[in-house]
Every structure is written in C-alpha cells, then in structure tokens.
Ligand binder design. Sequence first.
Ligand code: C2O
Ligand code: CU
Ligand code: CU
Length: 476
Amino acid sequence: MYATGGGSSAIDSASRNRLKMPPVLDAKQSGRIELIAQLGKTEFLEGRVSASLGFNQNYLGPTIVIGHDQEVATSIKNRWSRPISVHWHGLLVPGAVDGGPHLPIATNGTWKPILPIEQPPCTAWYHTHVHERTASQVYHGLAGIIQVQDGRDDDRGLPSTYGVDDLTLVLQDRRFSPDGKLDYGLSMMDVMHGFVGDRIVVNGQIDPVAVVPRGIVRLRLINGSNARIYTLSANDNRPLHLIATDGGYLPGLEPMDSLMLSPGERAEVLIDFSAGKGMTLVSDGDPNQGPAGMMGRFRRTMDFFVDRSFDVLPFRVDAQMPARINELPANLGGTLAKHSRSPDVSREILLDMGMMGGMMMGGSGMMGGFAINGRPFDMDRLNFEIAQGSLESWRVRSPMLAHPFHIHGVHFQILSENEREPSVQNRGWKDTVLVDGEVELLVRFDQTASREKPFMFHCHILEHEDRGMMGQFAVV
Ligand code: C2O
Ligand code: CU
Ligand code: CU
C-alpha cells in the first residue's frame, strides 16, 4: 500500500485539499431525479487529467436525497458511447425498475422508471450494472449515493447538516498510470482476488482532509471499491459508534473499535470530536489480498502475509464551525433485523471459484470458474422462482476467499455467521454481507420481479460478478 502504517499517522493535513461532498440532488422536494451519464475529465493527480465517467459531472454522481414514502419520477439519459444501466442498490423497488443487467440504456437512450419508495431511512447507492461491464464502468465513475430521509433526524438527536456534521464518504481505491490516467489493466491475480488499487480515493479526491466541527459528526460510509475490503478504525482508538447498517437505523448506538466494510456495504457511524482533537480514519489490509489470500479460512492465522494497514482519511477540527450536536443520542428508534416466523423454503448457495484454487496451490486448474452452485451466470436462465411474500433461509458458503454477497430487492436478517451469532455490525437490516466461510440469512421477498426482469444476487467483488458469480430469480 502506498500510504504509511495506520498507527503512526503524522499526516501533514495543512498541505491537503479539503474534502468535498458530491452535490445534492434533492428529489425529496422536487419528486424528480434527472441523471445524465457522460464521459468526463478528472484531475485525480495534480496537473494530470484522466478520462472518467460520471452522472451530471465528471466523476461519480450527485447525492440523491429522497423521502422514505414518496413516488419519484426519474429520467436517466445515456450520453456515453456504450450501454449503461442504473441499479438502485438498497432501494426496495420492483424488478421492473431495479436497473440490473436486463434494463440497459443504449447510447442516447433515456430510461424513465418511476420509483415507489416505501422504506425506513437509510444510506443506499446507485451504480451501473451492465452485463459483464459493471466493474470497468463503476471503476471509471458510474456510481453515486442515495439518502432515504424521513425528516426526523432532529428528534433522534442526529447530525444532519450535509457536508458539515453529516459527511458522505465514498471509499474507493484506484491505480494510476504515470501520466495520471485511471488504470484498470487486470492481471490474472486481479481477477481472482479482485482488483485493488494502491491509492485511496474519497469522493473522487486523492489525499483530502475532512474538516469537521467540534462536536458529534456523522459519517455515512460507502464501500464503492470494486473489491477492497476495509477494516476501519480511528488511529487514536476512539470508538466508531455504529448507528445504521445497509437497511437503516439500529435501535441504539453500538460502539465499535473497528468496522469491516466490504464492497457494496454501507455503515453510518458517529464520531465524537467534542474534545477538539482530530484523528485519522485508518484501515487494515484486505484479507483477500496477499499470498495467503487463496487459502480460505487458514489465512486468518497467516496475517503476516496480508497487506498492511493504511490511512483512509484524516480529520481536522475547526472550532469556528457550528457544532449542532454535542452529545451522543441514546435512542435511534430503529430495529434489529428480526423475522418472527420460520422460513417457508431453505436454499443452499455456493459461491464458487472452480478450479482456480487448485491452480493457486500449485495445481494446473483453469481460469474462469466463477459461478454460483456450479453454474456461471446466464442472462437466459433463472436460478429460481420465488412466491411473493415467502420467507426463505439461504445458507451461503464461500469455501475460498471472502465474498460480499448481495441480493436485489430485499433487506435481510443474518441468522448466523460461521455457526455463531452474527457480529454486532451484522445485526441490523442488510442487503450485502461478507461471507467468509458460511452465513445463514433470512429473507422475505416482498417486491415482485418478472421472469423477463428478474432480481440479481451476486458477489459484489465486481470482477467476480462480471465473470459469473451471479444468479437471478423472479418473484411472482
Ligand atoms: Cu450494488 Cu447488483 O449491485
Ligand atoms: Cu443491488
Ligand atoms: Cu467474490
């Protein structure tokens, strides 16, 4: 990793540019979302320009704010030379408007789905999801954040001033060629372990500093990386108070020493800056990287090989900034994920890497073994058909590497992780969960999806998804 070790951060924050927030697109007021996918030019590294992709801007898209019980009219134009799509990751909407691989938008085409929003407040995101092209398109910038709001954060005692005490942080890692262009050249290793960059990019910026008021600050963390798994903590060991997972608020605060965030997952945390001291958000290395990566669960005993910790984002306190919240709230009014009946159906899901393991261990296996239950994704084959309203338990297993497992159109409960109680960060409602061994989920399928426009379920390491670690199902 390029950056220095986490424990000893002595970042010269004075020389850094201040972190910017993506612009806000307020659909809560207007009831409308208008996006234009376009080619852009981005100066990630000073004085050097890279081609990039964005919605309404050069790289990434606006932060879309929508009401929790609102119908939103959208218009998405594609001004780029290849088909794209817009999937609403974390919104509970039907398959017909979900924006997956069956709903591509051709060049110069416009897609106008109407989104019937009815769900608790949460941080979600949107990104392109075109068959076999998701990884490269997201890498170049076709993604953005969604905030589902109910206007009651004051009652909860939560910070909610965008960009002041409520920061949206899209965490990504990228590689750059010497002339500053985004580099997405994939080696065989990048495909197998997932592509990781050697530079951290937050909201599209390299080496920024976040400036915050002297009080309680909320971070909405989105792992928008193609493959990197972050294990986040404060370099001075102050707690990250978890307040929300993918699906929304928890009942109360959960103080965490560190928080794992795999691609596609979101977490909201509160950080106490009331003592006036800054800190640096740091991360441990990605458990899927390094020579021990392929050895499945044994790698936990081989941390020695795993790549090192690094800085993600320094925070500086500006006492002149208005601090609106000075105390941690006690009660958030959210719920733990809990279904009260037993499942109607049970399924087994195997996240497969075929022969590749054998190859890594010195065998002679072949490339291209990404699959689910032994079969790679096929646009024309449904994995299963689910009755609307049915409650299912899914046992998801990953014998090799840790894979972030995502299901469209639902928020689920995690019953167990490797036969134990779910970790604290997995007790809320989720739509994406890191499977490192075995995870058991309980899912109710309320949103419909036709056979022609089914929902996806897949590994959110985008290199794996694009190569076949994905399946699809109808809900009828
Ligand atoms: Cu965030 Cu099917 O994806
Ligand atoms: Cu999704
Ligand atoms: Cu995977």
